[in-house]
Design a binder for this molecule. Structure first.
Ligand code: GDG
Length: 498
């Protein structure tokens, strides 16, 4: 039990810090990347917050500590729990199911047991550091049972939950053997946030179908149960975004601009540089993108002297079997395309299976004429928003899958259905051939949209909804409004995969 109590607690599977163990065995902490830290850091500092999460490695209990002004409450996971709760139930059951079963979801009863047990541990840790009437914001699909567990233990808390990935249609969701428990788990929250309006709708339908609860968007009425009074839960969309100002600043820096030029030179100054940036995940549609590109090369509509595709595929979940297969498949395809179409001086696909510092990412965005986001299903896709934020020159064309949450907002992108390879090929050609005036017009309107809804706007609106759902600010002693005056920019080190 920790001694300190906090008015605001964030709970996420991973902490915003990574433990680095040196050769001599000494351990230190570095802040890990991500929009979530950026979005929540000002709130944490203003309302004296604590962050509850896993350190990313197996190990014993660590005492709470402060890093860079953030109060950190580590949750320990054993090697077995990492396999069953994290790699198993989170990444091999929920992840594929919630991404429309692009690969089959695996159902194991012992994975579920571990998921319940570990969720309870996160809830216990959060309850032990939350002050009376505190606000607790739970993040993402690994922790869907935590809201209910917290509510039962601490009915005084204000509880929010945000789902970073899609919520599937009932026809798919209903496969899940523990479908009712998950809905009940989530409904422990006061406010449930989703990326898209359709995700919130899918959730509400599941609550209606499985529990018979009355729903009228954005509300789900939960009757009195287990000694708790009847409650009205808000379930609606809060599309997440990026730290636009920080990204713009990065893209404006002379070093990044010089690097962007250098990248084009290193690629042999082709007329068109196309770019893909994804975690190496089957949801991202990397194979569909490569297929469209290779057919365009085979048909002579594109050639390797004029066009190069740079594909950054950052390593992800490498211990999960499906991801090992995916890597083999993608690397075989890249090898084939380069073998079939490459010349001594010109590679068709420049494939990079490693992470880069943010500066290099910004330089890549600036150096690329066409950004390809071809996800088969994606909660939001922040890469699309980063590309737009980086393009202060109002140039560049975004090709964007309609199956990514970002498509709801970025309407002047070239929106595509990645399953329709002919349509994707035509969109790529349209992007390659687009005139400067049209590129500028489209990019201007994309930039306006991304600026209007940055990550600060996202966290403020979620916290405001949470506060409103609980009768306003006075009762809970926190006012999200002054957050607008805070500085959102923070330093972030290079990314690692989640
Ligand atoms: C989940 C949901 C939702 C990637 N490679 C490198 C690197 N990255 C950064 C990107 C971007 C982030 O990682 C990836 O974010 P995405 O949104 O594209 O995708 P997921 O990782 O699947 O995220 C997604 C998101 O949560 C937020 O709610 O949008 O739908 O699946 O920021 O730039 N960053 C650096 N080097 C890399 O090599 N520095």
């Amino acid at each position: 039990m920790a001694d300190e109590r906090y008015a605001f607690v964030v709970v996420s599977n991973r902490l915003p810090v990574d433990r680095v163990v040196a050769d001599d065995g000494s351990a230190s902490w570095t802040q890990s990347p991500g929009g979530l830290v950026t979005a929540l850091e000002p709130v944490m500092r203003q309302i004296e917050g604590a962050w509850v999460g896993w350190i990313g490695q197996p190990g014993d209990d660590l005492k709470p500590f402060t890093h860079n002004g953030l109060r950190i409450v580590p949750v320990a996971l054993s090697e077995g729990e990492i396999e069953s709760y994290y790699e198993g139930f989170s990444n091999d059951t929920i992840w594929p199911l919630y991404h429309d079963v692009i690969v089959p979801a695996t159902y194991h009863r012992d994975w579920w047991d571990a998921y319940v047990e570990v969720n309870q541990r996160f809830a216990d840790n959060a309850a032990s550091v939350a002050d009376t009437g505190a606000t607790v914001w739970v993040q993402d699909y690994q922790l869907q049972l935590v809201p209910r567990m917290l509510r039962l233990a601490r009915p005084d808390l204000v509880i929010g939950f945000f789902n970073h990935i899609p919520f599937p249609a009932y026809g798919l969701y209903s496969q899940l053997p523990w479908r009712t428990q998950i809905i009940e788990g989530l409904l422990g929250a006061d406010v449930l946030g989703f990326q898209r309006v359709s995700d919130a709708g899918n959730f509400s339908r599941a609550a209606r179908r499985l529990l018979g609860y009355t729903t009228r968007s954005p509300y789900v009425d939960v009757p009195a149960t287990e000694g708790l009074p009847a409650r009205r839960v808000v379930a609606r969309a809060f599309p997440i975004s990026i730290d636009v100002t920080a990204f713009e600043e990065l893209a404006h820096s002379p070093a990044v601009q010089a690097r962007a030029k250098e990248i084009r030179e290193e690629l042999g100054n082709p007329k068109t540089v196309m770019l893909g940036v994804d975690r190496l995940d089957y949801t991202k549609g990397i194979g569909h993108r490569l297929k469209a590109f290779s057919e365009l090369l085979a048909e002579g509509r594109l050639n390797v002297v004029d066009v190069t595709l740079v594909q950054v595929a950052s390593p992800s979940r490498e211990r999960v079997e499906t991801y090992k297969h995916l890597r083999d498949e993608i690397e075989l395809t890249v090898g084939r395309i380069n073998g079939d179409f490459g010349t001594i001086g010109h590679q068709a696909v420049n494939y990079l299976h490693h992470g880069f510092p943010r500066e290099e990412m910004a330089a890549l965005y600036l150096a690329s004429d066409v950004m390809l986001v071809t996800a088969l299903r994606d909660g939001m896709n922040l890469v699309a928003k980063e590309y737009v934020a980086a393009r202060h020159d109002e140039d560049g064309v975004l090709v964007l899958s309609e199956f990514a949450g970002a498509a709801d907002e970025l309407k002047t992108s070239l929106r595509i259905n990645p399953h329709d390879i002919d349509g994707l090929k035509d969109a790529i050609m349209q992007a390659v051939d687009m005139q400067r005036a049209e590129r500028r017009k489209r990019m201007r309107s994309l930039r306006k949209r991304v600026r209007e809804n940055d990550v600060g706007h996202w966290s403020r609106s979620f916290l405001r909804a949470l506060s409103d759902a609980n009768g306003g600010i006075d009762r809970y002693g926190f006012d999200p409004d002054p957050l607008g005056d805070l500085e959102w920019t923070v330093e972030r080190p290079p990314s690692t995969s989640p």
